[in-house]
Design a protein around this ligand. Structure first.
Ligand SMILES: *Cc1c(COP(=O)(O)O)cnc(C)c1O
Length: 367
């Protein structure tokens, strides 16, 4: 059976280095807000290309902290609107609504799966304060035009970079440095994954970074003095030590994903299955490899019988979830079509060529 994502194998690839890093953190006697976290923050900020990086507990918190910091700084107020792609993972939307802000769901383009830039301006009102772009599946979801729209309407551009560590624009700028602030998740299955939860905020804005740092530490800027009503959201020393090892190998791991993706793109040919649109090589780090099929559930069952495990990202869009009952009647046809037809093929830095060939053959055989 070809597993969807064999995390054990991915860890094993760098196990000696990871073991050494974990022991170093354990033996240091210092477990939170110490030298591993500050070293990782510096290394990750350098990698992404921002002046600041603040570690936190997970990707949802990273998104939440950015928005809350803007609220504390008076940039946004409860009831203000944030544009977000309708086909994103629930966390992007939760971070907005949990802050008392209003998520405004914008349809993606079927061809790119990314937020439809032609739709953006129709949704902008005097209360719109930000656009949250999501580099879903590892694909760059940014353009000079998107940046220009944000500038013209005075919107903060926030990147959800949970799925696209290492993704670049045509001129080599990395996702996470393209807007005003970016949220990163280091959930184990992400391209840069910890062995537990982790997250970070990157930004060039020093005031925003300091506000995020305070909010993630109970709202404190000085021990036992509380400026904001914050929360406890910290990246721990052991995860930071592991992430430093994984970060040093991220480009190598992304190259392995790109090589598998190129094999799929070149060799999968089945009139019943549509492939994702090609982007320039540096602009897709292939967190997932989505294909589309009208008989998606049958394709998934067929592949399972052939020994290939797949997953759906995601079966139910945010506006059809019970937790957002007020949106259940909304019609977002492109989003709904993506959710009805998407199937993710296995892709990871440890997938072998022979496994990739078996997957290609199996998808081609579906009829
Ligand atoms: C994983 C993910 C998140 C949330 O990250 P966690 O670390 O799991 O909280 C947010 N947005 C997107 C697009 C994600 O894929």
């Amino acid at each position: 059976m070809i597993e969807f994502l064999p995390l054990g194998k991915i860890t094993e690839k760098y196990s000696d280095e990871i073991h050494r890093a974990v022991l170093r953190a354990v033996d240091s006697g210092w477990y939170l807000l110490g030298s591993e976290v500050s070293a990782f923050e510096r290394e990750y900020a350098d990698y992404i290309g921002t002046r600041n990086c603040v570690g936190c507990a997970n990707g949802l918190d990273a998104l939440w902290l950015i928005l809350r910091a803007y609220m504390e700084l008076g940039v946004m107020a409860p009831g203000d609107e944030v544009l977000v792609p309708a086909n994103t993972y629930i966390a992007s939307v939760l971070a907005i609504s949990d802050n008392g802000l209003k998520p405004v769901l914008v349809e993606p383009k079927w061809s790119t799966l990314e937020i439809d830039e032609d739709e953006l301006e129709k949704h902008i009102t005097p209360r719109t304060k930000a656009l949250m772009t999501v580099h879903l599946y590892g694909r760059l979801s940014w353009s000079p035009r998107m940046a220009e729209i944000c500038r013209r309407y005075g919107l903060k551009l926030i990147e959800d970079n949970a799925q696209a560590h290492g993704c670049e624009t045509l001129n080599g700028r990395r996702t996470g440095s393209l807007g005003d602030a970016a949220a990163h998740s280091f959930y184990p299955g992400k391209n840069l994954g910890a062995l537990g939860d982790g997250g970070a905020v990157t930004t060039d804005d020093g005031t925003l970074a300091e506000t995020v740092r305070a909010l993630a530490n109970y709202g404190s800027t000085q021990k036992y003095v509380f400026r904001y009503r914050g929360r406890n959201s910290r990246l721990d020393e052991i995860q930071a030590a592991i992430l430093r090892v994984k970060l040093a190998h991220l480009d190598e791991d992304n190259s392995a994903r790109k090589r598998i993706a190129a094999m799929y793109m070149d060799s999968i040919s089945n009139p019943l299955v549509s492939m994702p649109q090609r982007l320039p090589e540096q602009s897709n780090v292939w967190h997932l490899f989505p294909v589309f099929c009208e008989r998606r559930d049958e394709l998934q069952e067929f592949l399972k019988e052939k020994g290939v495990r797949t997953l759906i990202h995601y079966p139910i869009p945010p506006h059809k979830q019970q937790c957002y009952e007020e949106w259940n009647g909304m019609s977002l046809p492109v989003t709904e079509k993506i959710h009805a037809q998407e199937l993710s093929l296995p892709i990871s830095p440890v997938l072998t060529d022979s496994e990739a060939s078996q997957i290609i053959e199996s998808v081609c055989e579906f009829e």
